[in-house]
Design a binder for this molecule. Structure first.
Ligand SMILES: [Zn+2]
Length: 596
């Protein structure tokens, strides 16, 4: 994580002075419940509290939406700040003086720049709105009328109009005493070779782009009449990143919560047309492929998404990519295909709201669509190697076991393969590391391994009870881990404990890239049972023993499978080598089990 230029010890000082309960209480009404405090989650809509703050460990976790972390994470999420900004904010609150050099001019500038830019965007939006409403906006108003967009929508979305011509906005900003370089940075003005500023948006219908809280952070412009490009967006800035923002989200939030799902479309007009038809749980990507950040953003409001795609090849590719992001993010996705390649704007205009909603309602889970289109005509394992390999990578990402098994079953049916054979193939891919490199770790696998419950327990245990780290490490469990990320985290936690005699729980959990892992571990730690010393020791020992057992079991199974293959291929040499390896393994296992 980017730490900016704030020294680590200052960050620690800030953390040690802040009490997460007091901090959160400033935003959430907290009630004590046992060792924890609970309240209504600020990150998702709920009626019964599942937002939990643990004062002892100085972490928070929501059992409803899975948001969690330490005081810094909380401030980042709540106030939409970067890491250094959050630290500075907390430093101010706790009276920790950060060395002045840590607040570089660049950073200081960035903070005020944000505020100035927000003000500028508000000003420009009002200017564009006035142009649309005035006499000079007639063409633009006619255009909207022609596309069936009513006045209510125009006002709701603060649509505007940028006049044709090179310096209307520029002259206005000069009159308002706005520094033109600022407007250039915001992407409202550009500069020619002579160094003169001119309007970036000309002769365009203007769509203000808002962040989740409704502040305008960028603009999109649709050309009216002839001209290219058809759509033009503000460039990326300190306020705006198209991979992290979704058009319409601030307006759609409530409807998404109410309806329980979100509809994803591509363009401004698709979204407006659906609003026009009374469908409000819609957001649009801003002319970019869906990103992991988009999925995270949506996840705050719902777990159900319906995505409208073009049924062409590009659409199929986009679908496969989005689907894998959704699967990873633990969101359920349906694929809405409109007939004859229509876009939502056309379709809802011609066929109406009910027909559109019926299509969304009846849309197949994207996974089904994926099966139909990507391995639909595969007839055998051989002919479908590539499709199968892709499907495997996909399956490996699925974290919900029931869903995964169902998918395996469906793939097996589809290609007429025995389910167990397919599972074995999948396991082979997953345990490649352990079969080829023995008890040594290393060897990258590309598929995302499914987190093992025992390994998660182990990590939760050492983060929760760092004083047990020396004992747990002496049992040498980490080298039997299947999950690289968890193993690395375990190693780092142990190293940190050895160095400092403590570990920073929130920081370690934050490092986990896989969201479901983060949630799982935070959930366990925030609400852990307090054991007496003896029980804790037993739980630790049992966990390690079971991790080892599982490792040996997997290893035996994969060796057996390789043996069968070698026998079938009448490869005597491999057979002998594998048999020797197996004997070695059995001996090793027995010696391990004797040790406990
Ligand atoms: Zn929540």
């Amino acid at each position: 994580m980017m730490k900016g230029s704030i020294p680590e010890d200052k960050i620690d000082e800030v953390k040690s002075r802040i009490n997460i309960v007091d901090l959160v209480a400033g935003y959430v009404n907290l009630k004590q419940a046992g060792r924890n405090f609970i309240g209504l989650c600020p990150f998702h809509q709920e009626k019964t509290p599942s937002f939990t703050v643990n004062p002892e460990k100085q972490i928070f976790y929501c059992f409803g939406c899975g948001e969690g972390g330490n005081a810094i994470t909380f401030v980042m999420k709540q106030n939409n700040l970067s890491f250094p900004e959050a630290v500075r904010y907390l430093a101010g609150k706790t009276g920790v003086v950060l060395p002045s050099r840590t607040l570089s001019d660049r950073e200081k500038g960035r903070l005020t720049l944000r505020e100035q830019m927000l003000r500028l965007h508000g000003l420009a939006a009002a200017y564009f709105t006035d142009r649309l409403e005035g006499g000079e906006g007639l063409t633009a108003r006619r255009y909207l009328e022609q596309r069936g967009i009513g006045n209510g929508i125009v006002r709701e979305f603060r649509l505007g109009y940028a006049l044709p011509g090179w310096n209307h906005l520029r002259d206005y900003l000069v009159r308002k005493k706005i520094p033109l370089p600022l407007a250039e940075q915001a992407g409202l003005l550009a500069r020619n070779e002579r160094g003169d500023y001119y309007d970036r948006f000309r002769g365009r219908l203007i769509f203000p782009i808002e962040d989740q809280s409704g502040q305008i952070i960028a603009f999109g412009g649709r050309i009216i009449g002839e001209g290219t490009p058809k759509y033009l967006n503000s460039p990326e800035s300190v306020l705006f990143s198209k991979g992290k923002n979704l058009y319409g989200l601030s307006r759609a939030r409530d409807e998404i919560r109410k309806s329980g799902h979100v509809i994803l479309v591509e363009g401004y007009f698709d979204l407006l047309a659906l609003w026009n038809a009374g469908i409000g749980n819609v957001v649009a990507t801003l002319g970019t492929a869906l990103t992991r950040e988009h999925v995270e953003l949506l996840r705050r409001y719902t777990r159900q998404a319906a995505i409208v795609f073009d049924a062409d090849e590009a659409g199929n590719k986009a679908l496969a990519r989005s689907l894998s992001l959704f699967v990873e993010g633990g969101l359920h996705m349906r694929a809405v295909m409109l007939p004859d390649g229509a876009d939502p704007d056309d379709f809802v205009g011609k066929s109406g709201r009910e027909k559109f909603l019926a299509l969304v309602e009846g849309a197949p889970p994207a996974v089904e669509y994926y099966l139909d289109n990507f391995i639909g005509d595969v007839k055998s394992l051989e002919s479908g190697r590539d499709a199968l390999r892709e499907a495997m990578a996909f399956i490996a990402k699925m974290e919900n076991e029931a869903e995964r098994n169902l998918f395996i079953k469906r793939v097996a049916q589809r290609i007429g393969l025995d389910e167990d054979v397919l599972k074995a193939e999948l396991n082979r891919g997953r345990s490649k590391r352990t079969t080829t490199t023995g008890k040594e770790s290393g060897g990258k696998t590309t598929a995302v391994p499914v987190p093992d419950a025992l390994e998660v327990t182990f990590i939760a245990l050492i983060l929760d009870h760092p004083e047990k780290i020396p004992a747990m490490m002496s049992l040498d469990a980490l080298r039997y881990f299947q999950n690289d990320e968890l193993r690395k985290l375990g190693e780092e936690a142990a190293a940190s404990y050895e160095r400092q005699g403590r570990i920073d729980l929130g920081k370690f959990v934050d490092r986990l890239a896989q969201r479901s892992l983060r949630e799982e571990i935070l959930g366990r730690v925030v609400d852990s049972v307090s054991w007496d010393g003896e029980t804790l020791d037993r739980v630790c020992r049992d966990t390690v023993r079971q991790i080892k057992r599982k490792w040996f079991k997997e290893k035996r199974r994969s060796l057996n499978m390789l043996l069968v293959r070698a026998q079938q291929a009448m490869d005597t040499e491999s057979c002998q080598r594998l048999l020797a390896e197996k004997a070695e393994l059995v001996k090793y296992e027995q010696s391990m089990l004797l040790q406990g």
